[in-house]
Design a protein around this ligand. Structure first.
Ligand code: TRP
Length: 339
């Protein structure tokens, strides 16, 4: 089991990142360790330059995300934690894969279409070839399990196509250069929506800070945001069917269930019949119970620049080691000689 995943270092980490991705990394880190496998989690800082960005903010956001990951329970002694920029093999392998990836494949990527909109001609080449770098990220380590959200599944399929074509074109069946990675989408992956609009994902790009719970929020801020969260005047139903057409109510139930590691049905069985005046304080309390200790560790670690640099330096050196054999085989398979 080789777990590999990347996370963009942009903006403030929030509850959606924690319940949707980070908590899942922590579980996989322990599973991989139990089977003598490996877990590599990196900050996708090379990907971050595919869109307009502020150079002076990039490293600070990277460090903030490292602090978050560690505060949430990723253990640098168990997980190889690093940023792409310190492991040149990611960029190198991307270039080696550029000869295999097809324009048509990239043109079909929905994330490209969404981000480019009507202005494809004006986009950076990096935005277009973003999925090839993502393929390099996982193929470099012979990843078997790639924890991602639904929205990244298509990129993973592309990585599989690239691996297959490269193996076909440049390697033998007995000695493939790359392993086919599998997307790993946890069954209970919680899709957390905005507190102001239950039809939109909780997101760091949403202008209103009231729409999300940041992992750095104080207990009071969390309670305020829950109190002001959009709801409806109806009491909670006692079954899921009763939440149809009530996106905001559904979201608060989903959040509670995810935090309590139970099912929405179980939450409704307990709180059905109650109004939000009752339920919101209970939810706020749960949030503080789960996120409070994370926040404390985060605030402390964020200030410890030396510790963060050391974590990344160590992770990068391990990643460089782990990626070397595959990078070497890829160069060799293509007939590129490096003496
Ligand atoms: N594109 C991913 C996202 O936006 C981040 C990412 C970069 C990634 N490289 C990866 C995820 C490799 C999984 C594997 O969420």
């Amino acid at each position: 089991m080789i777990v590999v995943s990347g996370i963009q270092p942009t903006g403030k980490p929030h509850l959606g990142n924690y319940l949707g991705a980070i908590r899942n990394y922590v579980k996989l880190q322990d599973e991989a360790a139990a089977q003598d496998g490996k877990c590599l989690i990196f900050l996708a800082d090379l990907h971050a330059i595919s869109m307009p960005h502020e150079p002076q903010d990039l490293h600070a956001s990277t460090l903030e995300m490292v602090a978050t990951l560690v505060a949430c329970g990723l253990d640098p002694a168990k997980t190889v934690l690093f940023n792409q920029a310190q492991v040149p093999a990611h960029a190198e392998l991307q270039w080696l894969l550029m000869g295999t990836a097809r324009m048509g494949w990239l043109n079909r990527m929905t994330q490209w279409k969404d981000k480019a909109g009507k202005n494809r001609e004006g986009q950076s080449v990096a935005l277009f070839s973003y999925p090839v770098l993502q393929a390099a990220d996982v193929l470099l380590y012979q990843a078997t399990h790639v924890p991602v959200g639904e929205d990244q599944k298509q990129h993973l399929e592309l990585a599989r196509d690239i691996a297959q074509k490269f193996n076909n074109d440049f390697a033998s069946e007995e000695a493939p250069v790359f392993t086919q990675p599998e997307p790993y989408i946890p069954k209970a992956a919680a899709r957390i929506m905005s507190l102001r609009d239950g039809s939109r994902k909780m997101s760091k790009s949403e202008p209103s800070d009231m729409s999300r719970i940041n992992l750095s929020d104080t207990a009071d801020e969390m309670a305020q945001k829950v109190k002001k969260a959009k709801t409806d005047p109806e009491p909670l139903p006692s079954e899921m069917a009763g939440l149809e057409g009530r996106a905001e109510a559904l979201n608060l139930i989903t959040i509670f269930a995810a935090l309590a590691e139970t099912t929405p049905d179980a939450v409704l069985a307990e709180y059905g019949g109650q109004g939000f005046g009752h339920f919101k304080p209970v939810l706020a309390e749960k949030l503080v119970e789960v996120l409070g200790p994370i926040r404390t560790r985060f605030v402390e670690l964020k200030e410890d620049r030396e510790a963060l640099d050391a974590i990344l330096a160590r992770g990068a050196s391990q990643a460089r080691e782990l990626g070397r054999p595959t990078l070497d085989s890829a160069y060799r398979a293509l007939g590129l000689v490096r003496n």
